[in-house]
Design a protein around this ligand. Structure first.
Ligand SMILES: [Ca+2]
Ligand SMILES: [Ca+2]
Length: 348
C-alpha cells in the first residue's frame, strides 16, 4: 500500500477553464513549480489510499490516463503554513529550504535554525546557529551555562559578591572571589604576625621581600678552665662581652609580636654570667642587656622548645633546641634540666 494523492480531472478541467487570477496550470511542470511558489494556492484537491490495479474504495477509481499522481510527505500537515512553505515543489537550490516564501539555509539562519521557524534564542544570553544547531555564544553578565545545555540557555545566575571580606580556610581575613558563580575566599599574602595567613601550612615563612625572623647566635668562652655561654642576635654584643661565636643563627626568634608572644631578653647576673629571660627585669630585678625578639611560651606557629640547663658548679646557662644535647649535657657535664624556657624556631 502506498499513500498517494489523486488530482481529479474535474479540478484540472475547472482550472483550465477558469484560470485567470489566483490559479495556476498544474498540468505542465512549469505549472507545478508555480503552484509550489504560491503558498495560498491549494495543489491537492483530495487524497485517498489507492491500491494499484484495484478499483477505488468507492468503486469510482479513474483510469490512469485520466489522473495526475503526486507523492508528498504525509508527515507534513497540508494545512499548516510551514508545510505550505516547505513543499517539495521548490525553486530553492542546494541545501536551502523554503521558509515563509524565502529560500533559507537552515544551517546558519538564526530565524530558521535547523528548520523553518526554529528561531535560535538563548535565555539570558546570545546564540549562534551552527550546522543547524542553536548554540550559546555568550551569556549576559553574571549568568552562566553550567550544565552545557543550550536548551535552557544561561540558566545559572551568579549571586556571588566579589571583593568582600571573608574567612579563609586557615582562619585569616581573605577576599571573596566569584568564579562561574561559585564563591571562594582568597587568603591574604603572608605577613609577620605569628600566624599562617596565606594558608600554605607555613607560619611567617620567609619569601622575597618578607623576613619575619631573626637568627640568634650561640657563643662561648672559657674562663678559669670553665665554659660559659651567651646568646644574642648581634655578633658585636657577644664579642664585646668576651664571647666567640660557637653556632651562628643557632635558632630563630620572631621579629614581630603576635598573639601570646613575649619578648626574649639577654640578661646578666651579679657574677657576670649571661642568661635568657622572658621577664622584663630578668627575674632578678635587673634591666636586660638587650631584647632579642619574640617567642611563644605556649608554642604554635611551628615553633619548637628551647631547653634550659644550668651547670651547678659554674652557674653556666645552656640553651639548646636539640633533645640529644640535653641528655648529653646532663650525663656528661652534670647539667641540671630547667625545662623549657619558651618556644623558638629552627628555621627562618
Ligand atoms: Ca604561610
Ligand atoms: Ca603570618
Amino acid at each position: 500500500m502506498k499513500t498517494i494523492i489523486l488530482l481529479a480531472p474535474y479540478f484540472v478541467l475547472l482550472c483550465l477553464s477558469t484560470c485567470s487570477v489566483g490559479c495556476v496550470d498544474i498540468v505542465s511542470d512549469q505549472g507545478l513549480e508555480a503552484a509550489g511558489q504560491m503558498a495560498s494556492t491549494p495543489v491537492v484537491e483530495r487524497e485517498e489510499t489507492y491500491d494499484m490495479g484495484v478499483d477505488g474504495v468507492d468503486g469510482a477509481a479513474l483510469p490512469a490516463s485520466d489522473m495526475r499522481l503526486e507523492y508528498v510527505d504525509m508527515n507534513t500537515p497540508l494545512d499548516s503554513s510551514s508545510a505550505d512553505d516547505a513543499q517539495v515543489v521548490s525553486s530553492c537550490y542546494g541545501s536551502q529550504v523554503q521558509c515563509r516564501g524565502e529560500c533559507i539555509n537552515v544551517d546558519d539562519d538564526m530565524r530558521h535554525c535547523g528548520g523553518c521557524d526554529q528561531a535560535c534564542i538563548i535565555s539570558n544570553g546570545s546564540g549562534v546557529c551552527r550546522r543547524g544547531r542553536c548554540e550559546i555564544e555568550s551569556c549576559e553578565p553574571r549568568f552562566f551555562d553550567q550544565d552545557n545545555n543550550s536548551q535552557n540557555g544561561c540558566e545559572y545566575q551568579d549571586l556571588c559578591t566579589p571583593d568582600q571580606t571573608c574567612l579563609s580556610s586557615c582562619g585569616s581575613q581573605g577576599t571573596s572571589r566569584c568564579s562561574q558563580g561559585a564563591l571562594s575566599c582568597d587568603p591574604p599574602p603572608e605577613i609577620c604576625n605569628l600566624k599562617d595567613d596565606d594558608c600554605d601550612g607555613q607560619c611567617d615563612e620567609s619569601s622575597p621581600g618578607l623576613v619575619c625572623k631573626v637568627g640568634v647566635h650561640r657563643a662561648s668562652k672559657v674562663f678559669n678552665m670553665k665554659t660559659y655561654h651567651a646568646y644574642s642576635t648581634q655578633q658585636a654584643t657577644l664579642n664585646n662581652l668576651g664571647y666567640d661565636i660557637e653556632r651562628r643563627d643557632y635558632f630563630y626568634l620572631s621579629q614581630e609580636s603576635g598573639p601570646n608572644a613575649v619578648s626574649l631578653r639577654l640578661c646578666q647576673d651579679q657574677m657576670s654570667r649571661h642568661f635568657l629571660s622572658t621577664q622584663s627585669d630578668c627575674g632578678i630585678n635587673q634591666a636586660p642587656i638587650e631584647t632579642l625578639g619574640y617567642v611563644l611560651p605556649e608554642g604554635g606557629c611551628h615553633s619548637q622548645p628551647l631547653y634550659h640547663l644550668i651547670q651547678p658548679q659554674t652557674g653556666n646557662h645552656l640553651y639548646t633546641i636539640d633533645p640529644d644535647e640535653v641528655a648529653l649535657a646532663i650525663e656528661m657535664y652534670s647539667y641540671v634540666d630547667h625545662g623549657t624556657l619558651s618556644f623558638v624556631w629552627r628555621n627562618p
